[in-house]
Write a protein that binds this ligand. Sequence first.
Ligand code: TXA
Ligand code: MG
Length: 351
Amino acid sequence: MTTPVPFSDARPRIVAADAAGVAAACERLIAGELVGLPTETVYGLAADANNAEAVNKIFAAKGRPADHPLIVHVASAQAARTWTRVWSDAAEKLARAFWPGPMTLIVKRASHVLDAVTGGQDTVGLRVPSHPVAQALLTSFAQRSTSPHAGLAAPSANQFGHVSPTTAQHVIDEFPSTALLVLDGGACDVGIESTIVDVSGEVVRVLRPGRIRVTDIERVLGVALASDAADAADAPRVSGSLASHYAPRTSTQMIDERRLRMQLRAFRAAHDRGPTRCIITHSFDVETTEKLHAVRLAADAHTWEFELYALLRKLDSQRYGELIIEAPPQGPEWDAVNDRVRRATQRDSEQ
Ligand code: TXA
Ligand code: MG
C-alpha cells in the first residue's frame, strides 16, 4: 500500500516522477482529486474521466466554461477504442502512425462517456501520450481503477485562456491555491498542444495544428485535407479555436519583418519614449537599448514550438509594457507556431 501524499492545505506541490510519485498520483486520482500530468506536448490537469465530480474540479480550477469538452487520455490505442462507438479507417491509420504521440482524435463517443467530459457533444477527444511518466501513470491508473474503460480527462493545466504550461513549475504558478500533486516530468519535448484531428464525420479535418503536420496526416491518409477546416460552420467546438486563447497577460503584437524594422527605427528616433518593449525575432538581431530588449529564437519551427510558451511566461513576469513578435515564416512546418502566435496576439479582438 502506498501512503497517499497528505494534502492538509489547498496548495499545489511538485513530486518527483519516480515509482513512489506515480503511485501517489495514482492514489490521488482514484480518490477523485486532480493531478498535474506531464505529457510530451504540455502539462495536463488530470482527473478520473469516469468520475463526474472529479471532472468538475477541473472546470472549477481552470475557470473553464462547462460546455468546453476535455480530451480523454489512455495508455494505448486499444484502450482508446473502448471510448468510441465508431472506429473508422482514418482513425485506425492515424492511430497506427502517430500514437503514442502528440495527436488527439475526435471520434463518436461511446455511450458510457460522461457529458461532463464531452460538453454534451456526441463526440469525444482521445489521446495516447508518449511521455514515459504519462504512460506510467495511465497504466497504473488503469490497473487500480475498477472501470473497464479507465482514462484521464486532462485539458492543458492553465487558467482558461492563458498560456499552456510546459514545466511542473508553470503548473504550480497557474494554480497556487489548488490542492494539486504535480508530477515533475521535466520540460515538455514538443512544447505546444497536440494536433487535433476530427475523424468523426465524412471528412477528416484538422481542428488544431500541432507538431504532427497536415502534410504528415495527408501522407498517411493518402488524401488532401480541406484547408480552413476549423472555420467550417458545423465544426465541433474547440475552445482552443477562440481567437483569444493562449494569450500572455502583457499586450502582445505580431509584426512582419519589414514593418518591424521600420517600427524599431521609429522607437529609436523617439529616443525610446513609451513603454519598455521586448522584441522576439527569428530573422535578425535587434539592437537593444535600455527600453528595447530582444530575444532571437533560431528560425526553426521545433525551436519556436519548444520555446514559445515558456518565453511568453517569462517575459510576462518581467512586466514589459509591450511584447512584439516577428511574424514567423509561412508553410506547413510553421502552421502550429503561426496559429499560437496569432492567438497570443489577438486577445483584445475577441475576448
Ligand atoms: O496536447 C494536448 O492536447 C494537451 C495535453 C494535456 O494532452 N491537452 C490540451 O487540452 O490541450 P485542452 O483542453 O487545453 O485542449 C483540447 C481542445 C479543447 O480546445 C477542446 O475544446 C477540444 O480539444 N476538444 C476536446 N474534445 C473535443 C470534441 N469532442 N470535439 C471538438 N473539440 C474537442
Ligand atoms: Mg488548453
